[in-house]
Every structure is written in C-alpha cells, then in structure tokens.
Design a protein around this ligand. Structure first.
Ligand code: NAP
Length: 264
C-alpha cells in the first residue's frame, strides 16, 4: 500500500514520524514538499520535492506511483495544492483525506481585527500602530510594500525577496516559538501591532498570548476556502487511525498483492 502525504507542515511531519515509529509491513510512505524552504526539516520515509504540474500532473503521479491513499496535510493557507489534490484524487480514483489543524479563536482580552486577505490586513495597519510584527511569511510581502510610514519586523524561515516594505528588519527563525521568546520580541522591538494568518496550532500561538498580555491589537488574516466534500481530521493521530483503517482493508495487510495492479 502506498500513502502519499502532501506536506510542508508540522502535522505532516508528525504523521510521517508516527508511521515510522511503528513500521507496517507493506506500507510505503512518501511525503511531498513544495521546495519553498531552502533547508526543510525532512520527515522520515521517502521524500519527493517540487510541484507536480497542477491537478493533472498530480493525478498522473498518483497513477504512476500506484498511490492508494492521499493525505493533504498542507498548510491551511496553501489553497491551490488542496484544490489540486481534490481534483487529482477524483480523477485518479484515490481516496483523499485532509489533515487540517483548526483555526484559532479569540479569548477574553484579545483585540483581534479580522482581515479577508493580506491586502486588507495592510489597509487596516495605519489605524492600528506604526511598528508592526509581521508573521505571515516571506511570500506576500508585496501587500505591505506601500506602507512607507510604518516599520516592519518580518519573521520568516528564509530571507524575503523584493518587493517588501521599505522600512523593515528581518528576523530569520522558525517555530515552535515560546511565550518568553515572543514577549521578548514584542518588547525589544517596541511592537504596536501583530499581523498573523489564522494558521492555528500550538507552535506559533504564543505570539497571540504575548500580544494579549501586552494589550496589543492583532490583525488575523482569515483562511482561504478549502475544497468541499473532502473528509477532514485535525490531528496526526486521527490521520494515523485513518491510515491504519485503510491498510486493514488493503491486500497488503494480508501479505497479498493489490487487487488492482500497479498503474491499473
Ligand atoms: P499553494 O499556493 O497551495 O501551491 C502552489 C503550488 O506549489 C502548487 O500548485 C504545487 O505546484 C506546489 N505545491 C504546494 N504544496 C506542495 C507539496 N506539498 N508538494 C508538492 N508541490 C506542492 O502552496 P503555498 O502556499 O505556496 O505553500 C507551499 C508549501 O509550503 C505547502 O506544502 C505548504 O504546506 C507549505 N506552507 C505554506 C504556508 C503558507 O502560509 N502558505 C505556511 C507554511 C507552510 P504544482 O501545481 O506544480 O503541483
């Protein structure tokens, strides 16, 4: 049985680790990465890197590599690949499961401003402060490029390229982040306002707590739409159970050969 995990997230890596911790005979696990990060943290198991060439390319890959189960564990803001996965899975008749962590919800003391896009977040900023902690990643900085009156602390894994805000400092780092560390960042850089995507998950949530404690507003960019009709689980452990269920139904579990030959 061949499982393809579309990765690039903590959850995707965790799922690959859970599968590697308890190896299952006859279960092949491949993780796919887009190749955006120069030195990614690699998951155990097989890894392939780079785009497939749209939904058709992904469907062809699924057929060519006899994939039996596809798990879309990409980031909630990676909208294109999720729609491609839904189309490709339907075309290639491969079951698809989405592993998507839930979004964050505000708690008492939070001052959140909803934005539908990075562009809307940029429009809100001048009314909220002058020193901005921008944690939306190095892609999409163009949306903030015209805000010459504001200063930005941009945190990203790799250095951002142009276009970007004129007045900007870069903080190269990757999660998980600690509350103590986030408090220090806000203090040291005299931050007035934080901008984040509604990524969800624990690894990058401490900035929200630090902002609440400091009484700072947070601009939260809402998630893009996800494809309808795809079953969703929210933790790697739930995804692991789904993989085990699929495996139990697969001939590999009985040491046999698949009913449908490779490429069939
Ligand atoms: P995207 O806009 O949804 O996808 C753009 C294209 O990148 C896709 O059409 C596909 O190319 C390729 N691609 C994306 N994920 C892939 C994967 N796991 N394996 C192979 N190809 C992939 O994605 P994105 O927002 O640029 O994100 C790229 C990767 O970074 C994703 O894997 C995601 O999990 C991770 N990530 C994204 C964010 C974010 O905020 N967007 C944050 C953290 C991590 P083809 O059409 O050629 O197949």
């Amino acid at each position: 049985m061949h499982l393809l995990i579309l990765g690039g997230t903590t959850e995707a890596r965790r799922l690959a680790e859970l599968l590697a911790d308890a190896p299952t005979p006859g279960l092949r696990v491949t993780t796919s990465l887009a190749g955006r990060v120069a030195a990614p943290r690699l998951p155990p198991g097989e890894v392939r890197v780079g785009g497939f060439g749209g939904a058709d390319g992904l469907a062809a890959w699924l057929r060519e590599h006899a994939v039996d189960l596809l798990i879309d564990a990409t980031h909630p803001f990676a909208g294109t690949i999720s729609f491609n996965a839904a189309r490709a899975a339907a075309t290639a008749h491969v079951p698809l499961l989405a592993l998507r962590r839930p979004g964050w919800t505000p708690v008492e003391g939070d001052t959140w401003h909803d934005a539908a896009s990075l562009e809307e977040a940029a429009r809100l900023l001048p009314g909220l402060g002058r020193r901005v902690f921008l944690t939306t990643g190095r892609m999409g900085l163009a949306a903030f490029a015209g805000l010459d009156g504001l200063w930005f602390l941009v945190r990203s894994v790799d250095a951002p390229g142009a276009p970007h805000p004129a007045r900007m400092e870069t903080l190269l780092d990757r999660g998980p982040f600690t509350l103590e560390g986030e408090r220090a960042v806000l203090r040291r850089h005299r931050i007035d306002v934080v901008v984040t995507k509604d990524s969800g998950g624990a690894a990058t949530a401490p900035k929200l707590t630090a902002a609440r404690e400091a009484g700072l507003p947070v601009v939260v960019v809402r998630r893009p739409p996800a494809p309808d009709g795809v079953p969703v689980v929210s933790t790697p452990e739930e995804a692991l159970r789904a993989v085990r269920d699929a495996y139990a139904r697969h001939p590999a579990a009985r040491g046999g050969t698949p009913a449908v030959p490779e490429g069939g």
